[in-house]
Design a protein around this ligand. Structure first.
Ligand SMILES: Nc1ncnc2c1ncn2[C@@H]1O[C@H](COP(=O)(O)OP(=O)(O)OP(=O)(O)O)[C@@H](O)[C@H]1O
Ligand SMILES: [Mg+2]
Ligand SMILES: [Mg+2]
Length: 314
């Protein structure tokens, strides 16, 4: 099958691993920089081009769209979808995952456990908003932060109020959460592919930090996620609409609590920690998905069963 990996940089570990896994399975694969894909859309049809040449016939697309290019990257991915390519992570699901608040609203409504979370707009409501959350410590998060940047611990109410005021002054979107102290600076990254957790690692924050992100100096150890944790991770990824997701959970006295669902989870830390070939799992999942929906580039028999993607939502 002809596969595309949407990634800004073919040298990145995750991109390289996906290319290797696709080639090892006998597929043709190309890394396309989403910012070099451009398109013509009209009621007479679509055309997408890359560096002057037509983009055509990709059976599946594996998106690796960074947070800084979510909007354009998702527009390109949506176009692939409309042209019939299969993707494990549709553009709408990636956009949803990038909005922590939207995800929390959606997942809480499905009964998935998460740290109590508040958000509000007007400064006149701040005291009551924080009272709704309960006493500090609190965790204040930028709505669209990644790699632990923009996640702050406030130990006193005056600090929570000060940080909230400062973020409002910067027109930043944020949310405030209860601090789950018993996690002791650890979280659990569950790597979901399809309907299972293919690998999991426990990340422990560096001394003096509460954020366990590897980019913030955290360390990773391979673990087997418990059955209840695996079930929450898979349900969360499916609720957001992602076939490939890095689901972060925190272990609390009241069970696993969901921190976030990442749409482009890195492979390096978790493949290193667990020794599991996650790239191969992803490629297999994507190719199976493309074959069962009969996208272009899939075998002819399955192409006959092709379901046309809806033309609404451009
Ligand atoms: N409510 C909380 N209570 C305790 N610790 C927390 C809480 N929220 C976040 N943390 C810690 O901070 C880390 C970063 O938080 P979160 O995953 O929400 O942010 P992020 O910047 O999106 O990270 P990522 O790089 O995984 O996308 C978590 O992995 C966890 O260790
Ligand atoms: Mg994140
Ligand atoms: Mg996280």
């Amino acid at each position: 099958m002809k596969l595309a990996i949407l990634s800004r940089n073919g040298k990145l570990y995750s991109t390289r691993r996906l290319v290797e896994a696709a080639r090892a399975a006998g597929h043709t694969v190309r890394v396309l920089d989403p910012l070099r894909c451009y398109m013509r859309i009209g009621d007479d049809g679509f055309a997408m081009r890359y560096k002057g040449r037509a983009i055509d016939g990709y059976g599946a697309v594996i998106p690796r769209i960074g947070a800084s290019i979510t909007r354009y990257g998702c527009a390109v991915l949506r176009q692939f979808e409309l042209m019939g390519s299969h993707t494990p992570n549709p553009a709408a699901a990636i956009a949803r995952a990038r909005d922590k608040l939207a995800c929390h609203q959606l997942l809480a409504a499905q009964g998935i456990g998460l740290p109590a979370t508040v958000f509000g707009d007007n400064p006149d409501d701040t005291s009551d908003l924080l009272a709704l959350l309960g006493p500090p410590p609190h965790v204040v998060k930028l709505n669209e932060g990644t790699q632990g940047a923009g996640v702050m611990l406030t130990e006193k109410l005056s600090a929570s109020r000060g940080v909230v005021e400062a973020l409002r002054g910067l027109y930043a979107n944020f949310l405030v959460q209860e601090f789950v102290a018993e996690a002791e600076g650890a979280d659990l990254r569950c790597f979901v592919v399809g309907d299972r957790v293919v690998a999991a690692m426990r990340r422990q924050a560096a001394a003096g930090d509460f954020r366990s992100n590897l980019h913030r100096g955290g360390t990773a150890t391979a673990v087997e996620a418990r059955a209840d944790e695996q079930a929450v991770a898979v349900r969360a990824a499916q609720a957001v609409g992602l076939g490939v997701a890095g689901v972060d959970l925190i272990r609390s006295r009241r069970g696993p609590l969901l921190l976030e669902v990442n749409a482009s989870p890195g492979l390096e830390g978790i493949e290193e920690a667990t020794g599991i070939d996650i790239a191969r799992n992803i490629v297999e999942h994507v190719v199976n998905g493309a074959e069962s929906c009969g996208s272009p580039g899939a075998p002819a028999a399955s192409r006959r069963r092709r379901r046309r993607p809806p033309l609404t939502g451009i």
